[in-house]
Design a protein around this ligand. Structure first.
Ligand code: SF4
Length: 704
């Protein structure tokens, strides 16, 4: 219907990492009233999913933070504060706590939601001014295993492929990814490619997801055994002479050890562990290896595991032995979660220093110290705690102050009952968010109201490394401020910031990032994450550009490693021999069901935004639990009964939906809802990525 739109303004969708270009429609009063997809944008070509279509609703939604708030203890009521007082108090508290307990007693947990220029500035503030090493992002809950796996296999983070690979591939293998619901517009791209040219889709997932229903082959794998399947696929390929031995010899190290390891994963053994019959394993291996080009995609089914990083490396192994890296249609493409999870990986300094630099490298510390005008000795020499280790460190008293930026651990972390108690122990908690009603605010001493995505200027990077613009569509609501403004204003409360440059304009920050993106990488060639050919105007004009784009180039690069040269000093990728360890919590007599969790199409993460949007809530109003009818009948549970879901961590009450989508011994619950599945989920961590194994817990069902 006519919403009285008089002007359309450009942004990139602020939800998932698909990176859809969006236009927000403004009425004559300048109020955002609707959105539409941008027809000439390479990613979405005019398409949006339900979240994007309704995104204008979040700008003026209820619960927006409008003024800074302060209080001396969490028992006191909130008082409205000026920005000056809120920032002064926070800086004073951080300094007091650091003077008393040490620099790392202040921790920062950020997000994948803010703009890249904001991430870069926050990193500068955290590493160069506040000087804490306990700084991480909530990407540890979603993409840390992908980051870790890329680094271990290829020597660097950075997804090598792109959506255009769908148009060139001859076989697609998807692990733990429910593309139609998680990334609907990427799924649409896949369908478009399939309409032009048929190729097999193989979906590995313990649940019959929407994507599994669409697949040619569905492998209903036993949770936590994907490494066994991947090692077994490699076993078949290497033993049947289907590997690309020329590629292996020219571009990888570690073949001998890897070959020996996979001998222990013959299809008969793998079938017993994974629950997938041996002939199917052989057939899938042959199909993949014989395809002219084959690609693998994955999301949380791989990443959220006690061996998530190994799973990613095993996918990379599969593509290395078949020569499927860096060629059209042949790739290892992690489908990222949040709109700017990539931006934080690239530029935030969460895991080290900006531009994929690491704290452990003296040259990197020197480069950044010189550029920022900070003594390199001020930087730690190894990375600090991950997000999932920060909360236990608060519990043990090692960390006394926490700054949460656009993240909601009281719903998103595993075992949320423990997180609640942890936050109560803090001497000082700052919550910086666009919405004041985010659950952690109950335990905060200061609240910073941040502007939402389309009130700000800057960039996001999507799954396929495409940097795209967000422009300020409306001014910040009330006295909320862009995160960039907040970081700069807080930095000025420390004397050492005087010698550093903290630009106010996002385009100036981008120029700093560009300057840091040039130079030599670890393999002696030009740095991979090179954005020196981009600027804000070019990015807008091209509706997003994929890095690397070097100075003088007209546009970006769809693929990495096209020359087979990787980011290790000798330029070779690593085939990693990884033994599967049976270390998950598993169903037993007391807790007989696997607990699985995931997204629904209508909601994004912890519903901080979609929970306030009419249609998203109308279509998905409440949590539910998928349960197999046969298991339900044995327990006397009926459709739409409320049951208690119980684990060793806690319990949650949830409504039952009977469906054959889940096997007899599994239940599935969407993770978006507060006080629900993460009250019972498991916090076991991957040793490399420190990502939690959300999807591999054991529960029992009790009637209420
Ligand atoms: Fe936004 Fe993702 Fe939906 Fe595109 S697919 S409109 S980026 S939520």
């Amino acid at each position: 219907r006519d919403k009285g739109v008089v002007e359309w303004k450009y942004a990139t969708c602020g939800y998932c990492s698909t990176g859809c270009a969006i236009e927000v429609g403004l009425d004559a009063q300048g109020t955002a009233v609707t959105t539409r997809g941008v027809a000439d944008a390479p990613v979405n070509q005019g398409k949006l999913c339900i979240k994007g279509i309704t995104e204008a609703g979040i700008l003026n939604a209820e619960g927006r933070g409008t003024e800074p708030l302060l209080r001396s203890s969490i028992q006191q009521p909130w008082e409205t504060s000026s920005w000056g007082d809120a920032l002064d108090t926070t800086a004073a508290e951080f300094k007091r706590i650091q003077a008393k307990y040490g620099r790392d007693a202040v921790a920062i947990v950020s997000t994948g939601q803010i703009l890249t220029e904001e991430f870069y500035t926050l990193g500068k503030l955290a590493r160069g001014v506040i000087g804490t090493n306990n700084y991480d992002g909530n990407t540890t809950l979603c993409m840390a295993s992908a980051v870790s796996g890329y680094k271990r296999s290829f020597g660097s983070d950075g997804p090598p492929g792109c959506y255009d690979d769908f148009s060139h591939t001859d076989c697609l293998l998807a692990f733990g990814s429910n593309l139609p619901e998680q990334h609907p517009v990427i799924y649409w791209r896949l369908k478009e490619a399939l309409e032009k040219r048929k190729f097999p889709i193989i979906v590995v997932d313990p649940r019959v997801t929407m994507f599994a229903q669409f697949a040619d082959i569905h492998l209903p794998i036993t949770p936590g055994t994907d490494l066994v399947l991947l090692n077994s696929l490699a076993h078949v390929i290497l033993n049947e002479g289907l590997a690309d031995e020329d590629y292996i010899a020219a571009h990888t190290n570690g073949r001998e050890e890897f070959f020996e390891l996979v001998q222990r994963y013959d299809p008969t053994t793998a079938a017993r562990i994974t629950g997938i019959d041996e002939d199917t394993i052989r057939n899938v291996a042959r199909l993949y290896a014989k395809a002219g080009a084959a690609m693998s995609i994955w999301t949380m089914g791989i990443n959220q595991s006690t061996h998530g990083s190994d799973g990613v490396c095993a996918i990379n192994n599969l593509n290395l032995i078949t020569g499927n890296i860096g060629k059209p249609g042949g790739t290892s493409l992690s489908i990222t979660g949040q709109c700017n999870a990539m931006g934080t990986r690239e530029w935030s300094s969460c895991s080290g220093l900006p531009g994929y630099r690491v704290l452990e490298n003296e040259q990197h510390r020197d480069e950044i110290g010189k550029f920022w005008n900070v003594d390199p000795e001020f930087f730690p020499k190894q990375r600090g705690l991950f997000m999932t280790d920060i909360f236990p460190a608060i519990e043990s008293g090692q960390i006394k102050a926490l700054w949460l930026i656009a993240t909601n651990p009281m719903t998103s972390m595993p075992n949320t009952g423990r997180i609640r108690k942890t936050l109560e122990k803090l001497e000082y908690l700052v919550v910086q968010d666009s919405y004041v009603d985010v659950e952690a605010t109950q335990y905060a001493h200061a609240f910073f109201p941040a502007s939402v995505w389309a009130e700000k200027d800057g960039c996001f990077t999507n799954t396929e490394r495409r940097v795209n613009r967000v422009t300020p569509v409306t001014p910040p609501l009330a006295n909320s401020k862009p995160d960039l403004w907040i970081f700069n204003a807080l930095a000025k409360r420390w004397d050492q910031a005087d010698a550093m440059n903290f630009p106010d304009k996002a385009s100036d920050v981008f120029e700093e990032m560009k300057a840091l993106s040039v130079g030599k990488g670890p393999n002696g060639r030009e740095r991979m994450l090179d954005i020196s050919g981009m600027d804000h105007d070019k990015i807008l004009a091209q509706r997003g550009i994929q890095w690397p784009m070097r100075e003088g180039e007209e546009t970006g690069s769809p693929r990495l490693y096209t020359d087979g040269v990787f980011q290790f000093p000798d330029g070779k990728a690593k085939l990693l021999a990884m033994e599967w360890k049976d270390n998950n919590e598993k169903p037993d007599q007391d807790f007989p069901f696997w607990l699985n969790s995931g997204r629904v199409v209508e909601h994004f993460h912890t519903r901080t935004r979609t929970g306030k949007v009419g249609n998203c809530n109308k279509y998905s109003p409440t949590a539910y639990m998928e349960m197999n009818p046969d298991a339900a009948a044995e327990l006397g549970v009926e459709h739409m009964d409320y049951v208690r879901l119980v684990s060793r961590r806690g319990d949650a009450v949830v409504m039952v939906q009977l469906t054959q989508r889940v096997p007899y011994n599994m239940v599935f619950v969407p993770f978006h809802f507060h006080d629900c599945v993460n009250r019972v989920s498991l916090g076991l961590l991957d040793p490399h990525s420190r990502q939690p194994a959300f999807k591999q817990a054991a529960v029992r069902i009790e009637k209420v």
